[in-house]
Design a protein around this ligand. Structure first.
Ligand SMILES: [Zn+2]
Length: 479
C-alpha cells in the first residue's frame, strides 16, 4: 500500500500528498494581498525560506482579492492546506472557488455586508456626497424630445438616446426600460414626454422592498447618473470637473438584484436614486473597508455572469473571422470581388441575434432608415432583414414597388460605409453613379440618401444592390 509523506493513503497511483501553508505576504510590492504557497510552518524556517510560489491574481479575484489575506490574518498569518505532487507538478487541494469564497465570507467576523456601518469618514465619500447633493448649472425645461436607437460598439446591446429638440442637449438614454438621465432633475419632465410615446419605461418605485432612508425619500433628487455596463449598472456622482471620471460609488447586479455600495454613508442616496429610476433592489452589500468592493467581493457577485456569458455567446454565434454575415441569396446582386476576401461570411441560414424585448417599438427609432429613405411608412410587424436575416421593421416607400425590411446593422453599414479598401470603394462608387445618378458627377455626401424618382419606383432587389454597394464605401475616409 502506498502512503503519502505524512502517512495518508494515496488516492491515486503516483500522487504524493503534502502539507502546505498559504501565507499572506503584504510585503509583496506588486500586490499587497499576495498569497504565498509555502512549505508548512513546522519545518521551522522564515516565510521567505519556505516560499514556493505565489497564487495567481486571477485565482485571488475569484475569491475576492482580499478573502485569503483576511482569513490568514485571523489564523495567525497563515492557512494550512494540502497539496498534491505528481510528475513534477504541485497542486493545491482547495474547494471550488465559489464554495470557498462563501465559506470564507461566512467565517470572517462582521460578515453581514448589509449591516456594515463605516464609521471612518472616508474623504472620498465626503467628496462624493457633496457632489451628489448639489447641481451646478440651471437647465431649460424640455418641451419636445428626440429619440434615436443606438447600438453598442460590438452590437451586443441597444438603447434609445434622448435629446432635447430645442437645444440639442443630450438628456440620457433608455436602457432595458430604465430611463437613465444625465441630469436627474429632468426626470418628471422627461417621463411626461415619454408617456406620449409607446416606448415602455420603468416607473419610480414608491414602496421599495428595502425601505428608503428618511432623509432620502423618492422625491429627493440626488445628482447621480448611471454608467451602463454590459453586465451591471454603475451609479456615479456627477463630477463637473471630471465628467469622464470612472469613479463608481455603487454597482447593481441585474441578475441578483443586489446593490453593492462603496460606503454605508452612500446607501441612502443610492437607494433613493434606484427607486426613482425604477430599479428593484433585493439586497444591499457593503465592503469591509469603504471603496474596496472590487478588492473584497468576487466579480461574479458584483456583476451578472449570466448576462456576460449570454452576450459572449451571441457574439460568438458567428465563429468565422468575418466582420459581417450576409445572406447567400443577395451575393449575386454585386460583383464577386466587391468586398475584400474574408470580410463577409455568406450564410444560407439567417439567424437573428437580437433578443431584446420590445424590438418592434425600438426599431421605430432607427434614424438611419429615415436618413437613407426619407419618407417611408413602417409596418407594425417585425420582419427579417433582406440582406442579413437579422430582425428589422418592415416598411414601404413610394420609391419601391416591394415591401422592404433592413436591420439597423445593415442600415448603419449603408449610411457610414464599412469597408476601407480604396480600389473596391472606387468600383462601388462607379456602379452607384451608373445605377442611381445617371453617370452625373456626385459627391460622397450624396450617398447619405437614396436617389430614386418616386415616379419610377424600383424593385426591392435594386434597393438591396444600392445598399450593398454603399457598404463598400467608408465615408469621410478618402479625400
Ligand atoms: Zn441586416
Amino acid at each position: 500500500m502506498r502512503r503519502s509523506l505524512h502517512g495518508a493513503e494515496l488516492p491515486q497511483h503516483g500522487l504524493i500528498s503534502l502539507r502546505m501553508s498559504l501565507i499572506h505576504r503584504p510585503d509583496n510590492d506588486y500586490n499587497p494581498n499576495a498569497i504565498s504557497v509555502s512549505m508548512p510552518a513546522d519545518i521551522g524556517q522564515t516565510p521567505e525560506d519556505r516560499h514556493l510560489g505565489y497564487l495567481y491574481d486571477h485565482h485571488l479575484r475569484k475569491l475576492g482579492m482580499t478573502a485569503l489575506a483576511s482569513l490568514a490574518e485571523l489564523s495567525g498569518g497563515e492557512i494550512r492546506c494540502t497539496g498534491f505532487y505528481q510528475g513534477g507538478n504541485l497542486e493545491l487541494a482547495l474547494p471550488h472557488p465559489k464554495r470557498l469564497a462563501a465559506a470564507i465570507d461566512a467565517f470572517l467576523p462582521d460578515r453581514k455586508p448589509h449591516d456594515r456601518i463605516h464609521t471612518s469618514k472616508s474623504p472620498q465619500t465626503t467628496d462624493a456626497l457633496s457632489r451628489l447633493n448639489s447641481f451646478e448649472s440651471p437647465r431649460s425645461q424640455v418641451r419636445q424630445i428626440r429619440l434615436a436607437l443606438g447600438t453598442s460598439r460590438r452590437g451586443e446591446t441597444r438603447s434609445i438616446s434622448l435629446a432635447d429638440v430645442d437645444t440639442g442637449r443630450s438628456l440620457g438614454q433608455i436602457a432595458d426600460t430604465y430611463v437613465l438621465l444625465n441630469d436627474e432633475r429632468d426626470r418628471d419632465n422627461v417621463l411626461n414626454l415619454l408617456a406620449a410615446t409607446e416606448v415602455p419605461v420603468a416607473q419610480s418605485i414608491t414602496q421599495p422592498a428595502i425601505a428608503l432612508h428618511p432623509e432620502w425619500p423618492v422625491a429627493a433628487i440626488p445628482n447621480i447618473w448611471t454608467y451602463r455596463l454590459l453586465d451591471a449598472l454603475a451609479f456615479r456622482a456627477r463630477n463637473v470637473e471630471k465628467p469622464y471620471s470612472h469613479e463608481t460609488m455603487a454597482i447593481y447586479n441585474p441578475e441578483t438584484k443586489k446593490l453593492w455600495v462603496e460606503d454605508s454613508r452612500l446607501v441612502g442616496p443610492c437607494l433613493c436614486y434606484a427607486s426613482r429610476v425604477g430599479i428593484e433592489i433585493s439586497a444591499v452589500g457593503l465592503p469591509r473597508k469603504p471603496w474596496h468592493l472590487e478588492d473584497e467581493i468576487p466579480f461574479y457577485e458584483l456583476k451578472s455572469n449570466r448576462r456576460r456569458n449570454q452576450l459572449d455567446e451571441a457574439a460568438s454565434v458567428d465563429d468565422s473571422d468575418a466582420e459581417w454575415t450576409l445572406l447567400k441569396s443577395v451575393r449575386r446582386l454585386i460583383p464577386p470581388d466587391l468586398y475584400a476576401p474574408g470580410l463577409v461570411r455568406w450564410s444560407a441560414t439567417p439567424y437573428p441575434r437580437l433578443t431584446e424585448p420590445s424590438v418592434d417599438i425600438h426599431e421605430r427609432y432607427v434614424t438611419e432608415r429615415q436618413t437613407l429613405f426619407g419618407n417611408h411608412s413602417v409596418a407594425r410587424s417585425v420582419g427579417r432583414c433582406r440582406l442579413c436575416g437579422e430582425l428589422g421593421l418592415a416598411f414601404s416607400t413610394p420609391a419601391c414597388v416591394d415591401a422592404l425590411c433592413y436591420c439597423q446593422g445593415c442600415l448603419i453599414r449603408a449610411t457610414r460605409g464599412a469597408a476601407e479598401d480604396r480600389q473596391r470603394a472606387a468600383a462601388a462608387l462607379g456602379l452607384i453613379g451608373r445605377l442611381e445618378f445617371d453617370q452625373s458627377p456626385m459627391l460622397e455626401s450624396q450617398l447619405d440618401h437614396l436617389h430614386i424618382n418616386p415616379a419610377e419606383p424600383v424593385s426591392g432587389e435594386f434597393i438591396d444592390t444600392l445598399l450593398l454597394l454603399r457598404f463598400a464605401i467608408r465615408r469621410n475616409l478618402f479625400p
